[in-house]
Write a protein that binds this ligand. Structure first.
Ligand code: IDP
Ligand code: MG
Length: 154
């Protein structure tokens, strides 16, 4: 398999996505696209972990509210693998503010406000590496070969 097909991104169903019963719907979007699930867990994250996860946004006025929202219940952190999965994953999520997210995207179809936008996705290969390292140990990310691999990639 090409190295490019092993790119990884960090995707997380946020507490509102879990509470609203959208975990299966979100996983289905990535599965149906053809991306490979290589890590998944169900955790109630600490404020400390979220402060690290969103450290780039620490100076923003909405940061305290963001950390409170994100630590208000369980989340589903995942690692997905595939060709251009970081960029394509962001396109599948849609714009940060659901008011601007196109119909057909996850946020465009399933949520309304930026402070309840149901899903996180890494914005670059570099931040994906940081985020995967924050939420998963090496052993928790599992390499495997799906039976349909040669029908997803030529
Ligand atoms: P992203 O999730 O699309 O990468 P970021 O700018 O990295 O967007 O912001 C991280 C998260 O912070 C957003 O998904 C959203 O939950 C929250 N957020 C961003 N901007 C605002 C805002 O203006 N008000 C409230 N929450 C915000
Ligand atoms: Mg971001």
């Amino acid at each position: 398999m090409m190295a490019e097909q092993r790119e990884r991104t960090f995707i997380m169903v946020k507490p509102d996505g879990v509470q609203r019963g959208l975990v299966g719907t979100i996983i289905e979007r990535f599965e149906k696209k053809g991306f490979k699930l290589v890590g998944l867990k169900f955790v109630w994250p600490s404020e400390e972990l979220l402060q690290q996860h969103y450290s780039d946004l620490a100076s923003r006025p909405f940061f305290p509210g963001l950390v409170k929202y994100m630590s208000s219940g369980p989340v589903v952190p995942m690692v997905w693998e595939g060709l251009n999965v970081v960029k394509t994953g962001r396109q599948m999520l849609g714009a940060t503010n659901p008011a601007d997210s196109q119909p057909g995207t996850i946020r465009g179809d399933l949520c309304i406000q930026v402070g309840r936008n149901i899903i996180h996705g890494s914005d670059s290969v570099e931040s994906a590496k940081k985020e995967i390292g924050l939420w998963f140990t090496d052993k928790e990310v599992v390499g495997w070969t799906p039976a349909n691999e040669n029908w997803v990639y030529e």
